[in-house]
Design a protein around this ligand. Sequence first.
Ligand SMILES: *Cc1c(COP(=O)(O)O)cnc(C)c1O
Length: 445
Amino acid sequence: MDNTTDGAIAQPETSAWSPLAAVDRRVHELLLRQERQERTTLKLIASENFASSAVLEATGSIFTNKYAEGYPGARYYAGNEIVDELENLAIERLKTLFGSEHANVQPYSGSPANQAVYRALLSPGDKVMGLPLPEGGHLTHGWAINFSGTDYKRVPYGLHEKTQQIDYDRLRETAKREQPRLIWVGGTAYPRIFDYALMAEIALETNSYLVADIAHISGLIVAGAHPNPVCHCDVVTSTSHKSIRGPRGGFILSRNEDRYQALYHPKSKYNLARRIDRAVFPQLQGGPHMNVVAALAVALQEAATPAFRSYGHQIVKNAKALAQALLERGYDLVTGGTDNHMLILDLRDRPLSGKAYAERLANAGIITNFNMVPGDPRDPAVASGIRLGSPAVTSMGMREGEMLQIADFIDLVCRQPNDPDVHTSVRRDVADFCAAFGVPGITDI
Ligand SMILES: *Cc1c(COP(=O)(O)O)cnc(C)c1O
C-alpha cells in the first residue's frame, strides 16, 4: 500500500489533459498531494467535508467571471439576466429547505454573514450575549479579540458545571439583568442539541433578537436529524461548506418583518429582510461570488434528496457510535457524549496537551483539531481537548462498524504517543482502510 510521505510528489491519477498542470506545475503538484492526503487519511475535523464533483464543477465554472453587485432585478452591471435566475434559484431552494421567509446567499463565508447580522440589527456598543469560545461558541459571538467583542458589549453565558451543557437557568437570569439587544444560539464545539424554544422565550422576555448560527449543523437540520431553529429565531446564519456539503460560503435566513422595528429601528424605512440585504451589500461587500452561488444551488438540490436525509441521520449515528467506542476505551467526552456530528475528547488528565495528541494523530493519518474543554487548565494555544467530527467520513460511506475501527486507531496512537513506529504503522493501516471507500469529488471523477 502507498506509504508516500507528504514531501514526495504524487503522480497524476489520470492521463487526462490538465490545463492547470500545463500552466502551473507547482500548484498542480500541491493539488495532487492534497488529493492524496484526503484520500489516504481520516478527515475527522468536524467543520470539514467533501463537496461533490457537481458542486466542485460549479465552483470552478465561468460564473466566477461575472460581476453582479446588487440583487436579482436590481444590479449595477449589465448582462445579469442569467445570474439573476441563478441567484433566485439558490434563494428559493434555501427558503423551501429551511422554511424561511427570506434568504441571502451572498455572504462570502460564515464570519461575514455574522458581521452582516450585527450591521443589520445593532449599533456599536449594544450588548450581545453568546457562548464564549472556550465553552464552544464562535469567535464572532462576542469573543474579546474579534470585532464582535471590541465593537459591542459582550455578555457571555456559559455551561452548567456538572452537565457541561448550556445552563439555561443562569442564561435567563443574566439576560433579564443585562437586557442584551441580541442573543446568539449556536456554536463551533458544542456536541448537544440547542433548546431553541426556550431561548426564544428568554429572548421574548428581554426584548432581544434571537439569532441562531447553524454553521456546523445546517446539513443535519436539512436532513431532519437536528431541530430547525428558523421558526424560533429572527435570523439564522450558516456557512455552506460544513455538514451541508456545499462550496465555501455563507447564507442568512430571516423573517421579513422586524418584531422590534418600532422599539429599536423606528427611523428605518427598511424591514428586517431589507436591512439584512443592505448590510451584506453595499455596507460590507461588493460583488457576490456567483460561482459559489451556483455551487450552493447545486448543493441545495443534493440536500433535498432522500439520500441526503439518510446521510444526515447516518452522521449522527456515526458520531454516537464513535463516542460510545471511545467511552468504552476509557476516554472522557465533554458532556459525556453527543447528539450531533461532533465529540470533544477531554484529555485533561492525560500526560500531553490536546495539540500534542492532535499532532501525533496527524502523523498517523488521523486529521483532527485541538480544542479547549470547559475549565481547561492548559494554555489555549495547546488546550486539553480534541474535537472529532463524523460528516466527512460519513460522506465516504462509512457506518457504525467503521467507527469502532477508527476508535481503535485513535486509541493505539494515544496510548503510545511517543512511539513513531506505532504512528507509521497506523498511518499505513489507515490508508488501507480508506482505500476501501470512495471520496466524493476525488475518486468519482
Ligand atoms: C465555522 C463557523 C463560523 C465561521 O465560518 P467561516 O466560514 O470560517 O468564517 C461561524 N460560526 C460558527 C458557529 C462556525 O462553526
